[in-house]
Design a protein around this ligand. Structure first.
Ligand SMILES: Cc1ncc(COP(=O)(O)O)c(C=O)c1O
Length: 431
């Protein structure tokens, strides 16, 4: 293989590659990663960055982890991929056994897919097929919280916030759903009746059309990094039961310890009817997700028409991805994660608190291994990200939000360096 110079690679990237939510031409800068180890990203120009993002919240054990590498290498010797139609394999079976054990007890049927957005599509389709099989085909639409985010495919987009999800651009293809105001009560607060009124009115008036309420439990991630009341979640669950609307908990960002509980639904001790997991499922090694549901829902679908669930991705339950997911979950469970996440929450709160005094900062909030600095006005990503990189950290803000979701294995010293550097850059950031 001929070696491409760094300059040649970047030129090809600029000419031909789309990056997420970026223009094709007239590029924002991209930084070329050569390798990664622990919490460090090693750039090809020799710079070393502490990763504050866990590669969009996935790499909870850090990079190049010997146990995860070993799991993949061993699986590679067995079989890298095999179709899941009519065939099965141990990595998938072991993974599903773990998922049904770790998630709420009622969730016993699992559909494995290849990304978070697809897991959400699967959840929406399960809900529609369920009601159809129950003889209520009118229940085809969804209720969803404003400022929510559930992925970038068309079905998932329809349940994202209509403004930040740019629904007007896709008017003719996105189904119009029922949008409920963001929960007013914050995490740690009880929920006033008035805060539930909008949801209650909506369900009361439209439950005949609504298959499910979909929400991100406790933490709304990419739609605003907002932490809301466990009481709201509990009472939303009760309202769903009352109005015969399923609840879909999208735990794709919150799952596997990030909020201080293994799954965020545990903050309210609720069991959703359908749950989506992804992101940290493989410790950031491969794209994999899963949608879990109850036996009542899966068997109702089996007894309906056409008697099967209508979905089947080519790379469903890829053995390499399942093998590394098994290793990642085992590693997490034996890591003392609860204590560590609590320590990370305390440390993040302490280390980011100097930002509270800055005029350009509206609020600092932390929950679990999530630290958020909300600015008064949108951050200019094109200028701030290179400043973070020059200072030796990898942080990628969006809108008004500068946030950290570090790998759980970050040491205290590394976290101090990450936060102090971040605070230093924010301090010099003027509105
Ligand atoms: C809560 C939530 N749901 C769904 C998704 C979509 O996942 P993916 O990017 O793997 O398709 C995301 C991604 O950020 C997410 O945060």
């Amino acid at each position: 293989m001929t070696k491409l110079s760094l300059g040649a690679q970047i030129a090809i990237d600029h000419e031909h590659i789309w990056h997420p939510y970026s223009p094709m031409h007239g590029k924002s800068p991209v930084f070329h990663v050569e390798s990664a180890e622990g919490v460090y990203l090693h750039l090809s120009n020799g710079q070393k960055l502490i990763d504050g993002m866990s590669s969009w919240w996935c790499a909870i054990h850090g990079y190049n982890h010997p146990r995860l590498n070993q799991a993949m290498e061993q699986q590679l010797q067995q079989v890298a991929h095999v179709m899941f139609g009519g065939l099965t394999h141990e990595p998938a079976i072991r993974l599903v056994e773990k998922l049904v054990t770790l998630t709420p007890q009622a969730l016993q049927s699992v559909f494995i897919s290849d990304s978070g957005s697809v897991a959400v599509e699967v959840a929406l389709k399960l809900a529609i097929q369920y009601w159809n099989a129950k003889g209520e085909p009118g229940k085809q639409r969804f209720a969803t919280l404003r400022n929510g985010y559930h992925g970038d495919t068309l079905g998932a987009m329809s349940v994202c916030d209509p403004v930040t999800g740019m629904h007007s651009l896709f008017n003719d293809v996105l189904t119009e759903q029922f949008y409920v105001e963001q929960p007013k009560s914050r995490y740690g607060e009880t929920c006033d009746d008035s805060h539930l009124r909008a949801l209650e009115n909506l369900l009361q008036q439209n439950h005949g059309q609504i298959a499910a309420l979909i929400l991100e439990p406790i933490v709304q991630g990419a739609g605003g990094m907002y932490f809301y009341s466990a009481d709201y979640l509990l009472r939303a669950r009760e309202l769903c039961d009352h109005y015969r609307v399923l609840m879909i908990a999208d735990e794709i960002a919150t799952g596997f310890g990030r909020t201080g509980k293994l799954f965020a639904c545990e903050h309210a001790a609720i069991s959703p009817d359908i749950m989506c997991v992804g992101k940290a499922l493989t410790g950031g090694y491969l794209s994999l997700a899963a949608t879990l549901t109850t036996t009542e829902i899966s068997s109702t679908i089996d007894h309906g028409n056409p008697g099967v669930f209508m979905h089947g991705p080519t790379y469903m339950a890829n053995p390499l991805a399942c093998a590394v997911a098994n290793a990642s979950i085992e590693l997490l469970l034996e890591s003392g994660w609860q204590t560590r996440i609590q320590q990370l929450e305390n440390k993040l709160a302490e280390l980011l608190s100097p930002c509270e005094a800055l005029a350009q900062v509206a609020e600092v909030r932390c929950l679990g291994a999530i630290g958020v600095i909300e600015m008064n006005s949108p951050v200019d990503m094109a200028s701030i990200v290179p400043r973070f990189v020059d200072a030796g950290i990898w942080v990628r803000p969006f809108g008004k939000l500068v946030y950290l979701m570090p790998p759980y294995v970050i040491s205290d010293t590394e976290l101090e360096q990450l936060c102090e550097t971040l605070v230093g850059v924010i301090r010099h950031q003027v509105d």
